[in-house]
Design a binder for this molecule. Structure first.
Ligand code: MG
Length: 381
């Protein structure tokens, strides 16, 4: 029988062995440990694309994460994958993101590069679950199973064994299991559709631009206009986006099942040994996804309305980093001790990366007494 779902009893296990729980299997426990972690709760106050300055019903990293979990559970269930493991991987997939979204990440990475180092959110997530979460008396971190840690490292990119000898235990020369492969694509569906939704709501682009520049949108919008000619434009937009969303998820599911079938693999080990990933969009959907990505880059991610807060966020991170380089004794005791023993820039990076948007702003204010650069309030509605 073909068996693609990872089974908890076949897990490579935890770093610190623990007895089994009476009612919950190991992947369910991992999911629950992630859900109860501090890093998970902090997602609520981490920017996805928009800060709360725009609106408090736009996605933040927590609601994005919950959307990824929803799509992932649906697809994993239909594909016969391990839904508990998929849910754990979805809930943990963004916990390594620093404050201020992409601009915060870019800024930290640039600073780290000046020390010949780098910042990578997947590897930071691994450090969170391995060391920074301190909840249990028996071990540091969350002591997650191998498969969840492997998924954290490998879900969205391949790391070369030559560049990352420290990750050798994660079988870098092998493909990740299907559960981890899936998260990369459900993440993409979630943020592409959510960013269209929030960008439209923020009025950064309108129906005319969507129809003109986004052929997959136009196609569904024509259909929606015929079916609901009297609906208000926002409801027509919602109906259109819903159809686009459904097409992406359906394509991912059906194409992945077909690719698995064609590959002839029949076990998790064969998935690992297969020369390429088996979860993916069809050749018809890939160019449509590219059009959506390009649309969002042009009309949303590089929109002038978002520039002031991106610059302000990067400035806050940069100043705070420099402050701690000059005054490592001002770090909280645990970090100060680490900074004495090891690489100061690495410890400061870890500390700042764990902060929420508001906490980093508050600390910046307290320690540097700096007035925040004024933001144009034109889009605060
Ligand atoms: Mg994500």
């Amino acid at each position: 029988m073909r068996e693609f779902a990872l089974r908890p009893e076949q897990s490579r296990g935890r770093r610190f062995p623990e007895p089994l729980h009476r009612y919950r299997n190991d992947y369910q426990r991992d999911r629950d440990r992630i859900l109860h972690s501090r890093a998970f709760r902090r997602l609520e106050d981490k920017t996805q694309v928009f800060t709360t300055r725009f609106s408090d019903h736009f996605r933040n990293r927590l609601t994005h994460t919950i959307e990824v979990a929803q799509i992932s559970r649906t697809v994993a269930g239909l594909m016969g994958l391990n839904v508990d493991l998929v849910e754990a991987l979805a809930l943990v997939h963004d916990i390594g993101h620093p404050p201020f979204g992409h601009s915060g990440e870019k800024c930290l990475n640039q600073i780290m590069q000046s020390f010949g180092d780098r910042f990578d959110h997947n590897l930071h997530a691994l450090r969170i679950v391995e060391s920074f979460e301190q909840r249990y008396a028996d071990f540091p971190g969350l002591n997650l199973t191998f498969e969840v840690r492997e998924g954290i490292v490998k879900h969205s990119r391949d790391y070369s064994p030559g560049d990352h000898p420290e990750l050798a235990e994660y079988l870098l020369e092998q493909r990740p299991p299907l559960e981890a492969q899936l998260i990369d694509l459900t993440d993409e569906i979630a943020y592409d559709t959510a960013d269209l939704d929030d960008g439209f709501e923020a009025k950064l682009f309108d129906l005319g631009t969507l129809r003109e520049e986004l052929s997959p949108f136009r196609e569904f919008h024509d259909e929606v206009e015929r079916r609901y000619p009297n609906a208000v434009p926002k409801l027509q937009f919602n109906e259109t986006l819903k159809r686009l969303f459904d097409r992406l998820v359906t394509d991912l599911l059906e194409n992945s099942l077909a690719q698995i079938e064609q590959s002839g693999v029949s076990s998790v080990e064969q998935v690992r040994q297969h020369p390429h990933r088996l979860i993916g969009f069809s050749p018809e959907a890939k160019p449509q996804n590219r059009i959506i990505r390009e649309f969002l880059h042009r009309n949303l991610y590089s929109h002038p309305a978002l520039v002031p807060e991106k610059e302000q966020g990067a400035q806050v991170v940069e100043r705070l980093f420099q402050f701690y380089l000059d005054h490592p004794e001002k770090l909280p005791p645990w970090y100060a001790e680490q900074a004495r023993q090891g690489l100061r820039h690495r410890v400061i990076c870890d500390y700042i990366a764990g902060m929420t948007d508001h906490y980093v702003q508050r600390l910046h204010q307290e320690l540097l007494g700096a007035t925040q650069p004024a933001l144009d309030s034109g889009n605060s509605g």
